[in-house]
Write a protein that binds this ligand. Sequence first.
Ligand SMILES: Nc1cc(-c2ccc3ccn(Cc4ccc(CN5CCCC5)cc4)c3c2)n[nH]1
Length: 239
Amino acid sequence: MRLDYLSIFPAYFDVLDISLVGKAAINGLVEIHAHDLRDWTHDRHRTVDDTPCGGGAGMVMKPDPWGEAFDEIIGTESDPSVHVIFPAPSGTPFTQSAAAELSSAQRIVFCCGRYEGIDHRVIDYARSMWTVHEVSLGDYVLNGGEVAALAITEAVVRLVPGFMGNPESLAEESFSAGQDGLLEYPLFTRPVSWRGLDVPEVLMSGHHGRIASWRRDESVRLTRERRPDLTDSDSSGIH
Ligand SMILES: Nc1cc(-c2ccc3ccn(Cc4ccc(CN5CCCC5)cc4)c3c2)n[nH]1
């Protein structure tokens, strides 16, 4: 899988050489390429923004540098197998199933906007050429797309076959199909007693049936408490 990042702050993506994603890069599962959008400007100030047509606060990213960067990084041929991701507050909420779908992509290009966003024609042009995803991380406003691109990268790459040492742990995660769409149960490890707080006895009983039942009950309780929106979904198994 090749991952490209277009940003005026490409150094944001240096961290990918350290983290788990870095290991995937080392063992050839993932190729990381970060690019400075200003490399595709031609004026002395390397300008990437301008005032919004129709007025309004802030600045908008000009289309020209994006188009030239696309030509060089992706090419001028249409190819639906290339996934182009535009993080945006107005995007579709990013989900675990979207991460799972993207984990089988051969090529993903992250377009990280700044200022108030990117000229919409950039997204329209990209839609005419590749498979475009405008995605939101959640209902809060970041200063740009870079943090969202890092989060999406981690969610996707950890699902790439061969990446996680212990694929079983993926099956038990929140939001993954195996867990019936419930939140994860609380986790404990040694010592059994810590600052007057003890591991629930059932977990030390060695009785697998009771342990499974306790974990399910805890997942149901937590989901009802924190994510009532998940309790009515068909996959949740609770109604
Ligand atoms: N889930 C999530 C994603 C983001 C995100 C992603 C990309 C960019 C690029 C620039 N920004 C800053 C930013 C600030 C204010 C507005 C709202 N303005 C109101 C009127 C015009 C626009 C939009 C955008 C991003 C933010 N934030 N949160």
